[in-house]
Design a protein. Structure first.
Length: 377
C-alpha cells in the first residue's frame, strides 16, 4: 500500500532543525586560551607573569622604536629625542647592503637581488604552478650561481673587474650562505652514502673527512684558510681570500649535512631496500628513486636547521677581513660622528638575519606538509 506524503500541521512537526554553531566556550579563542593558558593553577600563574612582563617591556620598546624615534635627517644632530636614531640606518643603508662595492657598478648587485627574489618568492606562493617552481629551482641551482659570479666579479663581457675585497654587507652574506647551501647539500649526500658504503676504503675516507671537519670550530677553519694556507703554497701561488673562505665553509657544513642525511638513511626500514631489490633495481637507481627521497623527507627539519646555522655562521668571516652585514654594522657604529647608535645597528642586523632565517623555517614547514603522506613507512 502506497504511503501518502505528510502535509499540513504534520509536516511542520517533522521539519528538520537547522544546525547551530558550537558554543564559543567549546571552540575558538576562548577554548584555546582555557586549554593552553589557564588549564591548571601553574599555567594560570605563568600566564599572569608572562602578561605582566609583556606589559613592562612592550610599551617601552614601542615608544623607543616608533613613537619617540627619529626617521628623517642626515646627521646625529637630527636625532634629538631619546628614541631610536633610525636616521643612522637610513644614511648607512647603502654601506650595509653593498659594502665597498663601487657606486657605479651597484646595479649588478641589484640584478643579483632581483634574480634571487624571482627564484625564491614563487616558492612561497601557494597557487604558483608546480612546473614553474621546478624550473626556477633548477635555474637557482645551476645557472644562477654562474650568472651571479660573472656579474659580481666582472672581467667578462665588458664588465669592469671588482675585487672581492670590496664585496661586503648583505650582498656578501647572501653570496656566502647561498654558495654554502647549494654546494654543501650534494656533497653531504655523497658523504653520507659513502659512510654507509660496503667498500672499506670509501667508508674510511668519508669517516675521516666527516670527523675531521666536525672536530674543529668554523672560526679556526676560516683562520687556517686565510692565514695558514698561503704559508703551505708554493711561492707566487695564491688563492682569493673569499674563495678560500667559501671552500672552508662548504667543507665544514658538508660534514654536518652528511650526518643529518645519514640519520635519515638509518631511519629507512630494511623492507624498502628489499622491495627495491625485488623490483630488480641496482644500487644507484634504488638509492635515487626509493631510498634517498624518503630519507631527505624525514630529515627536512635537520637540513633546514643546518642551513640556518650556516647563514648565521657567515658572520665569522669578519676575522679574516671580510665585512658581511654584521661586519659593516660594527664598522659603522664606531664612527664618532654618530655617537651611540650601537643598539640601532645591532637591531637592524638582527632583523635582517631574522627575516631570512624565519623565511627558511616557514618554507621547510610548508614543504613538510606538502610531502606528508600520512604514514611513516
Amino acid at each position: 500500500m502506497a504511503q501518502t506524503p505528510t502535509t499540513g500541521a504534520a509536516a511542520e512537526t517533522f521539519r528538520p532543525i537547522a544546525p547551530r554553531p558550537p558554543p564559543s566556550s567549546a571552540v575558538g579563542p576562548l577554548r584555546w586560551a582555557r586549554d593552553n593558558l589557564f588549564s591548571s593553577p601553574l599555567n594560570v600563574i605563568l600566564t599572569l607573569i608572562g602578561l605582566y612582563l609583556v606589559w613592562l617591556i612592550v610599551p617601552g620598546v614601542i615608544d623607543w622604536a616608533i613613537l619617540s624615534a627619529d626617521f628623517t635627517g642626515s646627521t646625529r644632530d637630527d636625532c634629538p629625542s631619546d628614541g631610536a636614531c633610525w636616521v643612522f640606518i637610513l644614511q648607512r643603508l647603502d654601506f650595509f647592503i653593498y659594502g665597498f662595492y663601487p657606486d657605479a657598478e651597484r646595479w649588478r648587485v641589484d640584478v643579483m637581488f632581483l634574480m634571487l627574489a624571482a627564484v625564491l618568492v614563487p616558492q612561497f606562493i601557494p597557487g604558483f604552478p608546480a612546473r614553474g617552481r621546478t624550473w626556477l629551482g633548477i635555474f637557482g641551482l645551476t645557472l644562477y650561481p654562474v650568472i651571479t659570479g660573472v656579474l659580481l666579479l666582472g672581467g667578462l663581457f665588458g664588465l669592469p673587474f671588482i675585487e672581492t675585497g670590496k664585496w661586503g654587507g648583505l650582498m656578501l652574506t647572501l653570496v656566502l650562505s647561498y654558495v654554502g647551501i647549494v654546494a654543501a647539500l650534494p656533497i653531504g649526500i655523497l658523504l653520507a652514502l659513502g659512510r654507509r658504503s660496503s667498500m672499506p676504503v670509501i667508508r674510511t675516507i668519508c669517516v675521516i673527512f666527516i670527523e675531521l671537519w666536525r672536530g674543529v670550530p668554523l672560526i679556526s677553519v676560516l683562520f687556517m684558510a686565510s692565514v695558514m694556507l698561503p704559508l703551505f703554497l708554493p711561492e707566487g701561488v695564491n688563492f682569493d681570500k673569499l674563495l678560500r673562505a667559501l671552500i672552508g665553509i662548504v667543507m665544514f657544513q658538508s660534514a654536518y649535512m652528511a650526518e643529518v642525511i645519514r640519520g635519515g638513511l638509518q631511519g629507512i626500514p630494511k623492507g624498502q631496500y628489499e622491495a627495491a631489490s625485488a623490483l630488480g633495481l641496482g644500487y644507484w637507481r634504488s638509492t635515487a628513486l626509493i631510498i634517498l627521497p624518503q630519507a631527505l623527507k624525514m630529515v627536512i627539519p635537520g637540513i633546514v636547521n643546518t642551513f640556518i646555522a650556516l647563514f648565521k655562521d657567515t658572520t665569522l668571516v669578519l676575522i679574516i677581513g671580510l665585512f658581511d652585514i654584521l661586519g659593516t654594522v660594527q664598522a659603522a657604529i664606531v664612527d664618532p660622528a654618530w655617537g651611540r647608535v650601537a643598539v640601532e645597528g645591532y637591531v637592524f642586523a638582527a632583523f635582517c638575519f631574522w627575516v631570512f632565517c624565519f623565511g627558511m623555517s616557514r618554507y621547510s614547514q610548508g614543504l613538510e606538509k606538502k610531502l606528508h603522506t600520512g604514514h611513516k613507512r
